[in-house]
Design a protein around this ligand. Structure first.
Ligand code: V4E
Length: 216
């Protein structure tokens, strides 16, 4: 299982030029269609768990043990998020069921095509959008930089480093800090992600609930 450590940043007219200057190499462009699911009572997102279907595959992003214990470290680290990324469908099902505390055993299978487990756990799609993504790498740092343009009009960049669970988070944070410095990123405020902007516009009640619980 991998842990994604990332820092979001606001893009501007100079971002592409800056990436070129620091030697970032474009490694591809893609369209990403995401559908996010939760119960009507927000069982998952209120625990900072994000279940999504992307390119026909299920993914669950959930907080790491450190994030759950509230450890943030220094200020630069607090600009970053870390989430475990689970892609095994049986494990996703297990974790989701654990949170929803469904008494009734689901008899659904675990194929990517059979979606009956969703309705059995009362999971509905609450957000759906497409992102045009350009990805860059900084090879010597093992860093990926994504420039995302969401179809609802939000443009955001992210500097990310993947580590294994229990891997060297400090080293990942340091790589992100260095990359941010090279890109000339200033500001000590966390930048909003796509979901933040999407929910604020489309589901203000859900958004308000997540804000009040300090999830967003
Ligand atoms: C973790 C999370 C959400 C799920 C989407 O994560 P995000 O990294 O924003 O999306 P994306 O498309 O870049 O995924 P990737 O391709 O990198 O896997 S939605 C909200 N969160 C929590 C969250 C948070 N609290 N604060 C920030 C700055 N980002 C995300």
């Amino acid at each position: 299982m991998s842990v994604e450590v990332e820092r979001k940043f606001l893009c501007n007219a100079d971002t592409l030029k800056k990436l070129e200057e620091i030697g970032a190499v474009c490694v591809g462009q893609q369209q990403i269609h995401d559908q996010y699911f939760d119960t009507p009572e927000f069982h998952l997102t209120l625990r900072d768990m994000w279940l999504r279907k992307r390119k026909g595959c299920w993914e669950l992003k959930c907080p790491t043990a450190e994030a759950q214990s509230g450890k943030q470290g220094e200020a630069a680290a607090s600009l970053c998020t870390r989430y475990k990324e689970i892609t095994s469908l049986p494990e996703i099902h297990l974790r989701v069921k654990e949170v929803i505390k469904q008494d009734r055993e689901s008899e659904a299978g675990f194929s990517q095509e059979d979606e009956s487990w969703l309705s059995k756990l009362d999971l509905v799609c609450f957000a759906e959008f497409t992102t045009a993504r350009c990805s860059f790498t900084l090879k010597e740092e093992g860093v990926q930089i994504d420039l995302d343009q969401a179809d609802f009009g939000y443009h955001v960049g992210e500097i990310e480093v993947l580590i294994s669970e229990g891997g060297d988070e400090q080293a990942a944070l340091e790589k992100i800090r260095k990359t941010a410095e090279k890109l000339g990123l200033t500001g000590d405020q966390r930048v909003k992600g796509k979901m933040d902007v999407y929910l604020k516009r489309n589901h203000p009640e859900h958004y308000a609930k997540l804000l009040s619980e300090h999830i967003l």
